[in-house]
Design a protein around this ligand. Structure first.
Ligand SMILES: C[S@@+](CC[C@H](N)C(=O)[O-])C[C@H]1O[C@@H](n2cnc3c(N)ncnc32)[C@H](O)[C@@H]1O
Ligand code: SF4
Length: 388
């Protein structure tokens, strides 16, 4: 039997804390995921955890540590799961979470991926996440040990933190170029697109050296909604940068959640104007899910989307891009309804962040204000953080 997923054989992920893992979306909070803590490649390859995960997937089992894929697939088919040949000599794809240095503190994110979140949590009395430190694979010496792997891989996917603000990322580019790798490597970068230069490097110019470059540009919604969800981002500046990188092959990556839902048609239009398609993802867990919305809010979402689809069509957006949007938003929302306790956890999380950031959910989303006001107050619950 072919294993249910071949990522543990074909891919290597290096987390921003310098630990090795078989997959970039593995759930570290589960029993199976928690034990991937090796900080050397040799230790990781010889670890019983890796052997057990491969054995379980080969038996056709669905380990809890791979829950992100099982949930994404159940929600509508998006997942990073890959099925391919077993036993290759080199990694086909390497995922490098180069650091957790980041200028934003997105409401979907956490200190493990964002130094802005680390700083905010340190100041807060009520902690929403486990503590994390600020790391960079260059400073922590992990990058140096990876060159034998990077020299043989075909695809390198770099994320963070924000790669375009990471000293480790600059060191990575220098190292790739010194070894003559840009020509044969497929380099993809996942970025928040807030900054196109760092320490004298202009990335628009620099990526011209990489003929197989691909950009994944994160944007959860548009306008004031994205500024609320991706705290620290300026939407006009994002649109300006989108225009500067219109020649980059790439897509826009949009997480569909309560905060982004109503403004996604505006994002689709901005993406279309910049020559990009939007790819959609669901949040890692239910905390911010659009399936929290009740019947009245769902009707309101339809009132927004029906005319928006006509408008997008009139603007020249292709029909299949519009139906992708519909499936990933309205379609996802109608698939199930989460209970009141889940909605209460959403409210508690949102209220705590609003208090810290001096924002108000009802100011940004007046259409959802009465729904929000009516959500139950909960004091405890299992998933009150959006982390995997
Ligand atoms: C952690 S970010 C790092 C790269 C870069 N800073 C960025 O935002 O594109 C990588 C991707 O994970 C997504 N992400 C963050 N939190 C998420 C969550 N709770 N559920 C699903 N995706 C999430 C982001 O939207 C982004 O596209
Ligand atoms: S920009 Fe990326 S890394 Fe930074 S907080 Fe947002 S999702 Fe996390």
């Amino acid at each position: 039997m072919a294993p249910l997923c071949s990522r543990p054989w074909l891919d290597l992920t290096v987390e921003s804390d310098g630990t090795f893992a078989p997959c970039s979306v593995m759930d570290r909070a589960t029993e199976a995921g928690r034990h991937f803590r090796q900080t050397t490649l040799e230790g990781y390859l010889a670890s019983p955890e890796l052997a057990e995960l491969k054995a379980a997937l080969s038996r056709g089992e669905r380990p809890d540590a791979c829950g992100v894929c099982w949930r994404d697939e159940a929600a509508g088919g998006w997942s990073v799961r890959r099925v391919g040949p077993e036993g290759v000599a080199a990694y086909e794809e390497v995922h490098l979470k180069i650091s957790n240095v980041c200028n934003l503190s997105c409401r979907t994110c956490a200190p493990t991926s964002s130094s802005s979140w680390v700083a905010e949590e340190a100041r807060a009395d009520l902690k929403l996440h486990a503590p994390a430190r600020v790391v960079d694979l260059k400073r922590d010496g992990v990058l140096d040990s990876l060159w034998p792997v990077l020299e043989r891989t075909r695809k390198l996917r770099v994320t963070g933190g924000e790669p375009l603000l990471s000293p480790g990322f600059l060191a990575l580019l220098d190292g790739l170029e010194a070894r003559g790798l840009p020509e044969r490597l497929e380099l993809s970068v996942i970025t928040n697109l807030t900054s196109l230069s760092f320490r004298g490097v202009d990335f628009v110019e620099r990526f011209r050296r990489y003929p197989n470059f691909f950009a994944i540009l994160s944007a959860d919604g548009a306008g004031s909604a994205i500024e609320y969800a991706r705290s620290g981002l300026s939407w006009p500046r994002f649109v300006e940068h989108l225009d500067r990188v219109r020649h980059w092959p790439g897509v826009i990556h949009c997480v569909v959640h309560v905060y982004s839902l109503l403004s996604i048609p505006d994002l689709v239009l901005a993406a279309w104007r910049a020559g990009k398609r939007v790819h959609y993802a669901v949040p890692f867990n239910d905390l911010l899910s659009v399936q929290l919305l009740g019947p009245q809010e769902r009707a309101l979402v339809l009132d927004r989307y029906e005319p928006a689809c006509d408008e997008l069509l009139a603007q020249g957006v292709p029909r299949d891009a519009i139906s992708d949007m519909w499936r990933a938003t309205v379609g996802l929302m109608h698939r199930r309804t989460l209970d009141q306790a889940a909605a209460g956890r959403f409210k508690r999380y949102t209220e705590e962040l609003d208090r810290r950031r001096k924002t108000r959910f009802a100011d940004t989303f007046p259409q959802l204000a009465s729904w929000y006001a009516g959500l139950p107050e909960v004091t405890e619950g299992s998933r009150s953080s959006p982390e995997r």
